[in-house]
Design a protein around this ligand. Sequence first.
Ligand SMILES: Cc1cc2nc3c(=O)[nH]c(=O)nc-3n(C[C@H](O)[C@H](O)[C@H](O)COP(=O)(O)O)c2cc1C
Length: 164
Amino acid sequence: MIDITPSQAQKMTAPAPFGLVSTVKDDGSDNLMAVSWWCFLTNHPHTLGVCLSKKGLSGSLIVKNGEFGLSLPGGELKEKALKCGMCSGRTADKPAEFGIELEKASVIGAKLVSGSRVAFECRLVNSFDVGDHVMYVGEIAAAHGDESVKQLYAFDGYGRLDTV
Ligand SMILES: Cc1cc2nc3c(=O)[nH]c(=O)nc-3n(C[C@H](O)[C@H](O)[C@H](O)COP(=O)(O)O)c2cc1C
């Protein structure tokens, strides 16, 4: 092996399982944010973490609402899902503008992305300041899935999404 930078390592460890964090905005409309930095954390209780930049809107909505959805969208949402990582919910109504169909969750207010392989409903139980990002820890209150859907992964420094 040779010495590499952390940025090179991020690219070399792609593909990363890709998700869309769903939250509810102050006006009641829905927001979606692209995330590659998420992972399962614990089994007792079942938790997962999403690591969100302090610059975006979604983190503040997770704190306000105390909950969030995480959907792992299927391949047919490739282009639309990527767009959710290129603009903020502060200036865009992403689900409406990109034509992403949402469905009601069972126990949280945030909606889930239709046509996902897996979608989680999470209640915020902790958060950790980690420099320019915050890790939000969600307890999985409900999960839904469809084995026939091929999920998306992020490649090339998160510039491209595809199934594998
Ligand atoms: C493929 C992809 C993956 C991304 N993963 C993350 C991530 O894990 N964490 C993060 O903070 N931003 C990530 N982003 C960037 C955010 O999605 C982007 O900043 C977004 O505009 C934030 O939206 P919001 O302001 O509506 O919350 C990613 C973008 C793309 C295209």
